[in-house]
Design a protein around this ligand. Structure first.
Ligand SMILES: [Cu+2]
Length: 155
């Protein structure tokens, strides 16, 4: 009994033994890209449940040559994607990665990722922590794809 209690206490006190979840990922979306596409985008909502500011300093993936953090912004009437050095998520706050705003740019996939296939992304934080995400590619709805094909995307 005492031994069991001691073990429980040690477990609770040792941060290394606990599976750390740094950010809560909501509604992840990696749209399927056409075959041969050299970039894909990843969208999701990042929630920081902790009491300290979390700063994502670097992102990598075994499935892509490079992962960049971007911000889509209109500069002098021209839509641009500005690379971001970091993504800050304040305590108890949410950062939305969505079309037309912050997003992840997945560059040079190692193969054509189709609907339902898994993609791994590693977030590296300024405090040395690392969080691995297992996400899935999702086919954009046919309706939207057809609209885009006829040049009426976004309407
Ligand atoms: Cu981008």
């Amino acid at each position: 009994m005492f031994k069991h209690l001691l073990f429980t206490l040690l477990f609770l006190l040792s941060p290394n033994l606990q599976a750390k979840e740094l950010l809560q990922i909501e509604r992840p979306w990696i749209p399927e890209a056409p075959p041969g596409a050299s970039i894909m985008a990843a969208y999701m909502s990042l929630y920081n449940p902790g009491n300290e500011l979390l700063v994502i300093e670097r992102i990598d993936s075994p499935d892509f040559k490079k992962v960049e953090m971007h911000l889509s912004k209109e500069v002098n009437g021209i839509a641009k994607m500005l690379p971001q050095k970091s993504l800050k998520i304040p305590p108890k706050a949410k950062r939305q990665l969505k079309p037309g705003s912050y997003h992840l740019m997945l560059i040079k996939p190692r193969k054509w990722f189709r609907n339902g296939e898994p993609i791994n992304i590693n977030l590296h934080f300024s405090n040395g922590d690392k969080q691995s995400l297992n996400l899935k590619v999702k086919k954009p709805s046919t309706k939207k794809t057809m609209k885009c094909a006829t040049g009426k995307c976004g309407r």
